[in-house]
Design a protein around this ligand. Structure first.
Ligand code: 4AD
Ligand code: MG
Length: 452
């Protein structure tokens, strides 16, 4: 065994070699070790024995590798360890020689010289056959290991990293906003509340009010974290806990806000196409539509959208918020995401800026993803007029005291500002072409699911 592959903690914690991957070679790096002897560790996906030759496919979290055992070249103990009762998902450590092979999954194969079973797995519940979604969700802690789930979550990880990179590169300061809050952020209808030392606390529906407060301190800010909505809908677009990124920009109006959204969404799509091509292939995603995503995105006012829907036979009336089915019809008009802007005041949240050209509406927009993935962004210019904001808080019957601090932002240096929120799971569902947001988060929280 090479000196790298050791369990001696004194050796591996010294100097630069402290990192765990130095104990073992990672499967993704095998092609760089042609002809060398390496040791890997991982989990058994499949075992096939053909007489005196056996093949074990091992997953180490960085890739898959086929390990070849030739009976006559191995001690009986190694041969038996690798062929008899080596159950799926058992943990193994394998030493062998790297052979390049274009047909192999990661471009390399291991000719086994030593094998140790670190843990023998019991009978694995997930078998290569059709399981119902509820069964798979009950076993989400194990389902994560399967190839399509791994691919989807890798794309999510790339997209979340890209989110931070995008704002970092543009000089935004990240603001971490609270999860326990005393004021309703978005709407009273979907609040989770909890007792808080004699008061009521709400789980944050949004970090927006807090990034607005940080705006005069840092000018361009964003928050990114979990948000909570007690959604009683069992659709493929709704989670009760989802991740949202919310930028907020001082001296930006609704037009600037939409331009930032176009640039941002294009960046995320490009990053996924660029760095997750293998994952998108595993997911069998047809990327031809995604490759066309670039600014400008088509724009339609809410009023135009209603007229368009009515012309298609919809019974929607001006004033009502658009539903999922309406959004699908509107988004089907383009391969690009579509902006719908300036909704009626009564359909939207209290903090949106009244439209000076049509006070029945507010300066806001939703961004609808193509292919029926629905609203991925909601954004607006914020009401910067103290009296107008107070009136809206009263009209919505919100407890004024809870917004005193928020109103201070209009008392002490009010300014034009805008921002938006992009839902990560809906965005990743669109990019990966997966039908349901529940697969786009490692452990989804849904109306009927709190475990695992
Ligand atoms: O449109 P929403 O409610 O906007 C806000 O929360 C604003 N405070 C954002 C802002 O201006 N800073 O939510 C924004 C996005 C939606 O477009 C959608 O992508 C996602 O969050 N979203 C959900 N995703 C999954 N499950 C749910 N229940 C969601 N509710 C909203
Ligand atoms: Mg919305």
């Amino acid at each position: 065994m090479p000196s790298k592959a050791t369990h001696d903690p004194n050796q591996v914690t010294q100097g630069k070699n402290w990192m765990i991957q130095d104990r073992y070679t990672e499967v993704k790096d095998l092609p760089g070790h042609e002809g060398e002897q390496v040791t890997i560790a991982g989990w058994v996906e499949t075992v096939r024995v053909h007489g005196k030759v056996a093949f074990i496919v091992v997953r180490d979290g960085t890739g898959l590798v086929q390990c070849v055992l030739v009976k006559k070249e191995l001690s009986p103990a190694v041969w038996e360890g690798g062929t008899e009762d080596l159950s799926q998902e058992s943990t193994v450590q394998i030493t062998g020689q790297v052979k390049l092979d274009d047909r192999a999954p990661g471009g390399a194969e291991l000719k086994v010289e030593g094998l140790e079973v670190l843990d023998r797995a019991g009978e694995y519940p997930i078998q290569p056959k059709e399981h119902g979604v509820e069964f798979l969700m009950d076993h989400r802690h194990l389902w994560l290991r399967s190839s399509q789930q791994r691919a989807g979550l890798r794309v999510r990880a790339e997209v979340t990293q890209a989110i931070h990179d995008f704002y970092y590169e543009r000089g935004f300061t990240r603001i971490d906003t609270p999860i326990l809050t005393g004021a309703i952020g978005e709407s009273a209808g979907t609040l989770f509340s909890t007792e808080y030392f004699g008061e009521t606390a709400y789980l944050a529906q949004t970090g927006q009010l807090y990034v607005e407060a940080a705006c005069p301190a840092f000018r361009k800010v964003y928050c990114f974290g979990p948000t909570f909505r007690a959604e009683k809908s069992k659709t493929r677009r709704h989670l009760t806990e989802f991740w949202m990124v919310e930028p907020e920009v001082a001296f930006a109006d609704s037009e600037d806000n939409m331009r930032l959204q176009e640039e941002f969404v294009t960046y995320l799509v490009e990053r996924a196409l660029d760095r997750c091509s293998e994952e998108l292939e595993v997911l069998e995603r047809d990327t031809s539509g995604l490759e066309k995503v670039r600014p400008p995105f088509p724009r339609m006012s809410y009023t135009e959208a209603v007229e368009f829907l009515q012309s298609r036979g919809s019974d929607i009336e001006w004033g009502r918020d658009l539903g999922g089915a309406d959004e699908t019809i509107l988004a089907a008009e383009s391969e690009l995401p579509t902006f719908i802007y300036n909704y009626p005041t009564e359909a939207k949240a209290f903090y949106m800026k009244e439209n000076p050209d049509d006070p029945r509406t507010v300066l806001c927009n939703d961004l609808l993803a193509p292919e029926g993935y629905g609203e991925i962004i909601g954004g607006s210019q914020r009401e910067d007029d103290l009296d107008r904001l107070l009136t809206r808080i009263r009209e919505e019957d919100l407890p004024e005291e809870a917004y005193e601090w928020y109103l201070d932002l209009r008392r002490y240096g009010s300014f034009v500002h805008s921002g938006f929120g992009l839902g990560v799971e809906r965005t990743v569902a669109w990019i990966t072409g997966r039908p349901h947001v529940r697969e786009m988060i490692p452990f989804p929280r849904l109306m009927n699911r709190l475990t695992p």
